[in-house]
Design a protein around this ligand. Structure first.
Ligand code: NAD
Length: 431
C-alpha cells in the first residue's frame, strides 16, 4: 500500500501526472505572457512512439511487451530523457515526463530538448537474461528513433548503467564497422569503463543534496543535525542521503516500494544500503529501525522531505501530514498541484524537480561531451562543474522567485520556457 492505495494498481499511483505538468506549464506561461502560438506548440508533444515487440523467455515461450518513447520538444537540441521500466509506464506518463525533461534541460542551459519512455513491465518478474533480451529487442525496434545527435536516453526508475550498456551495444551493432564507435553517446549513464562518466551514478543525488544545501545556507542555517526523510532508496534517494549524512544531517525515515521504516535517532545510510543490497532491493525489516504504515511515513517529524520515487506521491490526502519545512523533489512530478497548494499555503518551501534533480541530466551532458570529443573527465572536475552549473541555476531561480513574488516552481518553469520561446522567436516557424 502507498498513500492508502494498492501499489499493484498502477493507474491509481500515476493519475493526473499529465494534468499536473500542463497546469504547471500554463501557470508559468501566464506569468511570462507566453506568445499564444508558442504556447500551442509546447502544449503538445512532437512525436509519440508506441512499440509492441516479442521476446523469447527463458522457458521458451514468447511474451509481447509494450515500449514507449515520447519526444516532446527539440527546439534547443536533441531530445534527452530517461527510460523507465515500471508497470505505470504508459503514453500519458511518458508524455508528462517528456515535458518535464524539456523544461529541465532548458532551465539548466543545456543544448537539449525533452523526451522520456520506457517499458510497461515489472522487472522483478524477469531474469537478467530476459531483461537483456527485452532491452536489446526494444532498442532494435526503436531503430533510428533514437540516436546520438537525435534522441539520447538515460537511466530512470528500474534501469541502470547495465541497461544503458546493452542499449549502446545493440544500437552500435546496427551500424557499419567504421561508424560504430562514433555512436557510443546514443545513451548516457553507461558504466565507467564502457564510455560512462565517473560520478554519473551519483550526479542526480549529489545535485539534490546541493540544492538543499544552497537553500539551507540561503536561510542562514546549516545541514548539521537537520533531520530528513526519503521516499525511494534507489539511485537518487541513496546518493542524496549519502551526501546529506556526510554534511551532518540525520536520516530518520525511509519508504520504498515495499514498506516504511523510522528511527528518530538516525538510520545510518551505508548500513541501510548494505542491508538493501542483501535484501533484494528492499528496506523492509531493517534491524535498526521500526516499521510504520505508509501514511504515517509522511507525518514523521523532520526538517526535510526528499521524495525520490514516483510521481504524484504528495497530494491533498497527505500534504497536511507533512512536518518538513522543505521538500526537495528528487523524483519527477512527486507533488501534485493540489498537494503543492496546501504546502505553499502552510509556508513549506518546495525545490522543484526540474531544478532539484537536474544534476542527472547535467552529468549526462558531460558524459555526452566526453564521448563526442574523445575525452576522459575526472571525478573532482565533474563534481566541481556540476556544483557551478547548479549553483548558477539556483541563484537564477531564487532571484526570479523573489523579484516576481512567485513560488520556485513557477520561477523555474518561467525561466525554462522563456529560453525556448526565444529560440522559436529567433528562428521562426517553417515554412
Ligand atoms: P530507482 O529505480 O533506482 O529507485 C526507485 C526507488 O523508489 C526504489 O527504492 C523503489 O523501491 C522506490 N519505489 C518505487 N515505487 C515506490 C512507491 N510506490 N512508494 C515508495 N517507494 C517506491 O530509481 P531512481 O533512478 O532513483 O529514480 C527515482 C526518481 O528520480 C524517479 O522519479 C526518476 O524519474 C527521478 N530521477 C532519476 C534520475 C536518475 O538519474 N536516475 C534523474 C532525475 C530524476
Amino acid at each position: 500500500m502507498i498513500n492508502g492505495q494498492m501499489v499493484d494498481n498502477p493507474k491509481l499511483i500515476k493519475r493526473g501526472m499529465l494534468d499536473n505538468v500542463l497546469e504547471q506549464f500554463n501557470t508559468a506561461a501566464d506569468q511570462i505572457k507566453l506568445n499564444p502560438n508558442i504556447r500551442k506548440i509546447l502544449s503538445i508533444t512532437n512525436t509519440e512512439i508506441i512499440i509492441n515487440f516479442p521476446v523469447r523467455m527463458d522457458n521458451g515461450d514468447v511474451e509481447i511487451f509494450t515500449g514507449y518513447r515520447v519526444q516532446h520538444n527539440n527546439a534547443l537540441g536533441p531530445y534527452k530523457g530517461g527510460l523507465r521500466y515500471h508497470p505505470t509506464v504508459d503514453i500519458d506518463a511518458a508524455r508528462a515526463l517528456a515535458m518535464w525533461m524539456t523544461w529541465k534541460t532548458s532551465l539548466a542551459g543545456l543544448p537539449y530538448g525533452g523526451a522520456k519512455g520506457g517499458i510497461q513491465i515489472d522487472p522483478a518478474k524477469y531474469s537478467k537474461a530476459e531483461l537483456e533480451r527485452i532491452t536489446r529487442r526494444f532498442t532494435f525496434a526503436l531503430g533510428e528513433n533514437i540516436g546520438p545527435e537525435h534522441d539520447i536516453p538515460a537511466p530512470d526508475v528500474n534501469t541502470n548503467d547495465q541497461t544503458m550498456a546493452w542499449i549502446a551495444d545493440t544500437y552500435m551493432s546496427t551500424k557499419s564497422t567504421s561508424e560504430r564507435s562514433k555512436n557510443q553517446h546514443v545513451v548516457t549513464g553507461k558504466p565507467v569503463g564502457s564510455g560512462g562518466l565517473e560520478g554519473r551514478d551519483r550526479a542526480t543525488g549529489y545535485g539534490v543534496f546541493l540544492t538543499i544545501k544552497f537553500w539551507t545556507e540561503k536561510k542562514g542555517s546549516s545541514l548539521k543535525n537537520k533531520k530528513f526523510i526519503v521516499q525511494g532508496f534507489g539511485n537518487v534517494g541513496y546518493w542524496a542521503a549519502h551526501f546529506l549524512e556526510k554534511e551532518g544531517a540525520k536520516m530518520v525515515g525511509v519508504q520504498d516500494a515495499f514498506g516504511s521504516i523510522q528511527n528518530e535517532n538516525g538510520i545510518r545510510v551505508e548500513d541501510l544500503l548494505n542491508y538493501n543490497k542483501a535484501n533484494n532491493g528492499s528496506i523492509v525489516n531493517f534491524p535498526e529501525a521500526n516499521a510504520l504504515g505508509s501514511a504515517d511515513f509522511f507525518g514523521i517529524d523532520c526538517d526535510i522531505f526528499i521524495p525520490a520515487a514516483l510521481g504524484n506521491q504528495i497530494t491533498k490526502d497527505n500534504a497536511n501530514l507533512i512536518k518538513a519545512s522543505l521538500i526537495a523533489e528528487g523524483a519527477n512530478g512527486p507533488t501534485d498541484v493540489e498537494g503543492e497548494k496546501i504546502l505553499l499555503s502552510r509556508g513549506v518551501a518546495i525545490i522543484p524537480d526540474i531544478m532539484c534533480n537536474s544534476g542527472g541530466v547535467i552529468g549526462s551532458y558531460f558524459e555526452w561531451l566526453q564521448n563526442r570529443n574523445g575525452e576522459l573527465w575526472h571525478l573532482d572536475d565533474i563534481l566541481t562543474k556540476l556544483e557551478k552549473t547548479l549553483g548558477s541555476t539556483f541563484r537564477k531561480v531564487t532571484d526570479y522567485s523573489e523579484e516576481n513574488r512567485v513560488d520556485m516552481r513557477t520561477a523555474a518553469f518561467s525561466i525554462a520556457i522563456e529560453r525556448i520561446e526565444k529560440a522559436y522567436t529567433l528562428r521562426g516557424i517553417f515554412p
